[in-house]
Design a protein around this ligand. Structure first.
Ligand SMILES: [Zn+2]
Ligand SMILES: [Zn+2]
Length: 172
């Protein structure tokens, strides 16, 4: 495994290992890929087709952030596989806590339940860790009220759902 950035086969292995250790193997197979076009986004999940994309720019040389981002996306996938709301719900936060992920989604309580057909943008202040959830692509110049640092898009949560015609043969 490259110290700098695991290759895609390593990511797939990490996914399988985390699935077994932390999720009782309940997550169906997801393709794990890098998306070099993400400039300020660490990760993105798409349910159909099942795909988790990670940003090499954001995660290169940061194995712990890579682990946390992958686990974060896997919690979305796990809730979705269980037929639960896959958003940043209380169940999501419980699982984050169980896995020892930093509990950063403190102000998203009012955001659930999520409409399952939209994108949500998670914005983050890299100084204080404050996060915001936006429905629309945010303007580039939003700043943290506390310390005036520019807020970066940290994650895009994509809730694209199966089209009704194909829902019947969705595999769980
Ligand atoms: Zn801040
Ligand atoms: Zn998320």
């Amino acid at each position: 495994m490259s110290v700098d950035l695991p290759d895609v086969a390593d990511l797939q292995m990490l996914f399988a290992q985390f699935n077994f250790v932390h999720f009782d193997g309940e997550i169906p197979s997801f393709k794990i890929a890098y998306n070099a076009r993400f400039s300020n986004v660490a990760g993105r999940i798409t349910y159909k087709p099942p795909l988790i994309e990670l940003s090499p720019k954001h995660l290169r040389g940061k194995p712990e952030e890579l682990r946390q981002t992958l686990l974060h996306e896997m919690i979305h996938a796990w809730l979705h596989a269980r037929g639960e709301n896959p958003g940043h719900t209380p169940a999501f936060k419980r699982k984050m806590k169980e896995l020892g992920l930093p509990s950063i989604y403190h102000d998203l309580g009012s955001a659930a339940p999520l409409n399952p057909s939209v994108k949500r943008y998670v914005l983050r202040c890299e100084k204080c860790g404050m996060e915001l959830l936006r429905r629309r692509k945010p303007p580039a110049n939003l700043v943290c009220a506390r310390d005036r640092r520019e807020l970066k898009v940290f994650e895009i949560v994509e809730m694209r759902e199966v089209e009704p015609a194909r829902a019947a043969n969705r595999s769980r």
